[in-house]
Ligand binder design. Structure first.
Ligand SMILES: [Zn+2]
Length: 259
């Protein structure tokens, strides 16, 4: 499939549902970065895995291809009736300008804090100052164990990022976004819906792949474009309304930027 064909498909649709999968975490590039791997080792030693969403975001900022792919996606969605379900935790889609009210991040990100023990009602927005302190640790100007985290008002446990990396992930953090998503989805019935599934593997198949297949199966006017290097296959019942592309979704979207 040509990149221009994707634009034609989107132009013909009333509504666009985007699934941003694991490809958008930019793991391949990160794992080739020695500074990143060194920091990961320090974090594992300190037992602070909860901090990874921001560490991934910090190192991915220099990933030009990822940035280009996100910009291209934003441009493709502008002026369309879209909703994005992202399983990425690096928060970069929102930073690119994809509207927060048109997005849900069921795996969380670094933009909110929660109680490490999972107290209900503990979720707070993250302060920029706190992120600056983390950056000092990443650059080696400060030791990880010296990082001062806010504490939970209810139980005095440290606060951690509200993401799947937290030992007790507080799912209430994405509740409002998920409710907006289900409401938006109800409005797709009988509409020409284009489902654009970008680089979603099996890790969150219940949120993206399988769920998306059901959405397409239920709406005869819906179609799906599935982009994944190896898992691009489509179930028979919807294959007539599906397009598969065997490519890394970030690579594909970055190429779209050149159109
Ligand atoms: Zn607490």
């Amino acid at each position: 499939m040509e990149h221009s064909e994707l634009i034609e498909i989107l132009d013909a649709a009333d509504m666009v549902l985007v699934g941003m999968g694991e490809d958008f975490e930019g793991k391949e590039a990160l794992e080739q970065n020695e500074d990143y791997l060194k920091v990961c080792g320090e974090i594992a030693d300190a037992g602070m895995e909860w901090i990874m969403p921001y560490v991934n975001r910090y190192f991915s900022e220099k990933n030009e291809k990822l940035q280009m792919a996100l910009q291209a996606l934003k441009k493709l969605l502008d002026k369309r009736n879209y909703f994005v379900v992202s399983v990425c935790m690096n928060g970069m889609a929102a930073e690119t300008g994809i509207l927060p009210e048109r997005m849900t991040e069921p795996c969380g990100s670094y933009t909110k804090l929660q109680c490490a023990s999972g107290c209900e009602g503990s979720i707070l927005p993250v302060e920029t100052m706190f992120l600056k302190e983390i950056e000092k640790c990443i650059r080696g100007e400060k030791e990880w164990r010296m990082l001062e985290t806010p504490v939970c008002e209810q139980c005095q446990s440290p606060m951690v990022f509200n993401s799947l990396y937290a030992e007790h992930y507080a799912e209430e953090g994405y509740k409002a976004g998920w409710e907006r998503y289900t409401k938006w989805l109800q409005g797709t019935l009988g509409k020409k819906l284009c489902v654009l599934e970008l680089g979603a593997g099996l890790m969150f198949a219940g949120i993206l792949r399988f769920r998306f297949e059901k959405i397409v199966a239920l709406n005869q006017k819906a179609g799906i474009v599935r982009i994944h290097r190896s898992l691009y296959q489509m179930p028979n019942e919807i294959s007539g309304r599906g397009k598969s592309i065997s490519q890394n979704a970030v690579d594909f979207m970055a190429e779209t930027a050149k159109l």
